[in-house]
Ligand binder design. Structure first.
Ligand code: G4P
Ligand code: MG
Length: 180
């Protein structure tokens, strides 16, 4: 991964998610339910609901431990039985903010597939173009990405301590992209 950081604003994300929603609708994939992978997928899933009008269920998966150290495998930090019961026979759209190594996504997809959804698709805000360690199970019928991006570290606005400073840095990123 390059050391370059990409700062993204809420407005950019909103526009990307609107396009993502349109692509999903045009594909004909009409989910019964959105399953958001927390915490990164919560805000994108909520924005997507504005365009798809589907209920959201949430699961919590983390790749970092309590001390912010990367762990070897994704861990369930919240996985409600009720979520599983509600998924049998349903069409699921699994939503996360970024497809990086794909390990969390694969883990989540395999867990959800155990509960016999009728169809399962994935939507991510950003897909990093890189070699993936995880893979999408063949049952996944659709894969939607809001943006295809290089393997940079993306700084999301919900992680910002100072949102004005974050937006200023995002503008610098955008100005630089315009110049390149
Ligand atoms: P993937 O299956 O979706 O590719 O995710 P992967 O396991 O590779 O991601 C591991 C963690 O790294 C995830 O956090 C993911 O959100 C985070 N991550 C990967 N690339 C970036 C990036 O460019 N920017 C930011 N901000 N985060 C990135 P997590 O443990 O799920 O944390 P959270 O969702 O609770 O925040
Ligand atoms: Mg996450």
């Amino acid at each position: 991964m390059s050391s370059e950081k990409y700062y993204i604003t809420y407005n950019e994300i909103h526009k990307t998610i609107k396009e993502l929603g349109e692509n999903i609708r045009e594909s004909g994939f009409d989910s019964d339910v959105i399953v958001a992978i927390g915490a990164g997928g919560f805000i994108p899933a909520r924005m997507l609901r504005t365009f798809l009008c589907k209920p959201i269920l949430t699961v919590g998966i983390a790749y970092y431990d309590m001390h912010n150290k990367p762990s070897e495998f994704p861990r369930k930090i919240q996985w409600i039985d009720e979520v599983e019961q509600k998924l049998s026979g349903k069409k699921i759209l699994l939503v996360d903010e970024v497809d990086d190594s794909r390990v969390t996504l694969e883990y989540c997809l395999r867990e959800l597939l155990r509960h016999n959804p009728s169809e399962i698709a994935v939507a991510v805000l950003h897909n990093k173009n890189k070699e993936k360690r995880g893979s999408l199970p063949e049952e996944v019928s659709w894969y939607f990405a809001g943006r295809e991006v290089e393997d940079h570290w993306i700084c999301y606005p919900w992680d910002a301590g100072d949102i004005e400073e974050h937006d200023r840095l995002a503008k610098q990123t955008a100005d630089k992209d315009d110049r390149d």
